[in-house]
Design a protein around this ligand. Structure first.
Ligand SMILES: Cc1ncc(COP(=O)(O)O)c(C=O)c1O
Length: 325
């Protein structure tokens, strides 16, 4: 297969270092992969996906990018920064709080100003805010927006939620190559699935088990990750044929729902800040760290553990973000 084109955005490799105080207090050997420091537009996991999505966007020659997400989406912020640097438009269809239809809207109000919303405005992202509803309604509205743009004669590049296509996940297959130490476990937050899928695909067949901590109560999340893994088989022309049993996706640390901080997450956020001087975000990485602590306490993380910090600092800067507990 021809290797996907990379449009360099990130400062790679990101640092990887031990968390000595946390390791002592938890009685386990814990390291951290600092993808909060990927560098592009505030860092985080999105830059790695966008490097390959941008390669494909540039090939397409499109002048309008259409994305979607929650109003405080980290992905929209990073996609907006990419669009700005390429001199193209970024149309972002957003809901304050999309939710899983079967589960319903969680109690809680994500901040509607500050944080990523403010950064989106600085970047001239064209935010189309639609009423809260299920994820499917958000995806439909984004596809309608792309269609409207096409009808106006514009060439459009649509990016799925969170940059989670096989091409986005490819960024995390390559991220796996940066892990120079051997680990028994990698713990990562999972929402749209491509961070988890890329790492699980890379480490499949090795001693390293990748644990996704679900940040979203979506029942189809495992299927989403599996679909991305089979998309990676196709993209790479290698049939790893990852099955549900090969994946570890833990639903126990979602808390009240997607987009709403959890008490255990906020405790983990404070713990990492106070023990290591590392900040987490309340929606993804804090919940993933609460999962790491929980799995370690249950004795399910024997050996060396790597926490994959996916960034998201800007949500912490939103007024009212993460002030539970
Ligand atoms: C900071 C942060 N961490 C983790 C995730 C989850 O990654 P993924 O969408 O690839 O599952 C996201 C986005 O959804 C995010 O913004």
């Amino acid at each position: 297969m021809a290797a996907p084109n990379r449009h360099p955005l990130c400062c790679l490799p990101t640092p990887l270092h031990p968390l000595r105080r946390l390791s002592r207090s938890l009685g386990a050997e814990i390291w951290i992969k600092r993808d909060d420091l990927t560098g592009f537009a505030g860092g985080g996991n999105k830059g790695r996906k966008l490097e390959y999505l941008a390669g494909s966007l540039l090939e397409s020659g499109a002048h309008t990018m259409v994305v979607c997400g929650a109003l405080q989406s980290n992905f929209v912020r990073c996609a907006g920064a990419l669009a700005a640097t390429l001199g193209i438009r970024c149309v972002a269809v957003v809901m304050v709080l999309p939710f899983e239809g079967e589960v319903g809207r969680p109690a809680g109000h994500p901040p509607q100003t500050g944080g990523n919303v403010e950064l989106d405005r600085i970047l001239s992202v064209e935010l189309e805010v639609i009423p809260d509803g299920p994820w499917e309604a958000l995806f439909e509205a984004a596809s309608d927006a792309a269609q409207r743009e096409r009808e106006l004669g514009r060439s459009v590049f649509e990016i799925p939620i969170g940059g989670s296509s096989p091409l986005g996940a490819h960024g995390f297959v390559l991220a796996g190559e940066e892990v120079s130490e051997e680990f028994d476990h990698i713990v990562v937050p999972t929402s749209s699935g491509s961070t988890h899928a890329g790492l699980a695909w890379h480490f499949h067949g090795s001693q390293t088990q990748v644990h996704g901590i679900a940040c979203d109560p979506e029942p189809d999340l495992l299927d989403d990750v599996l679909r991305l893994c089979s998309g990676l088989d196709e993209l790479h022309g290698i049939g790893k044929q990852i099955r549900a049993n090969d994946l570890r996706l833990h639903p126990d640390w979602v808390g009240p729902g997607y987009g709403i901080p959890s008490e255990l997450g906020q405790t983990a956020l404070r713990r990492l800040a106070r023990e290591e001087g590392v900040f987490l975000d309340p929606i993804y990485s804090a919940k993933a760290m609460s999962g790491l602590v929980g799995l370690a306490e249950r004795g399910e993380l024997a050996g060396r553990v790597l926490f994959w910090h996916t960034g998201g600092f800007a949500t912490v800067c939103a007024p009212g973000a993460g002030d539970t507990g």
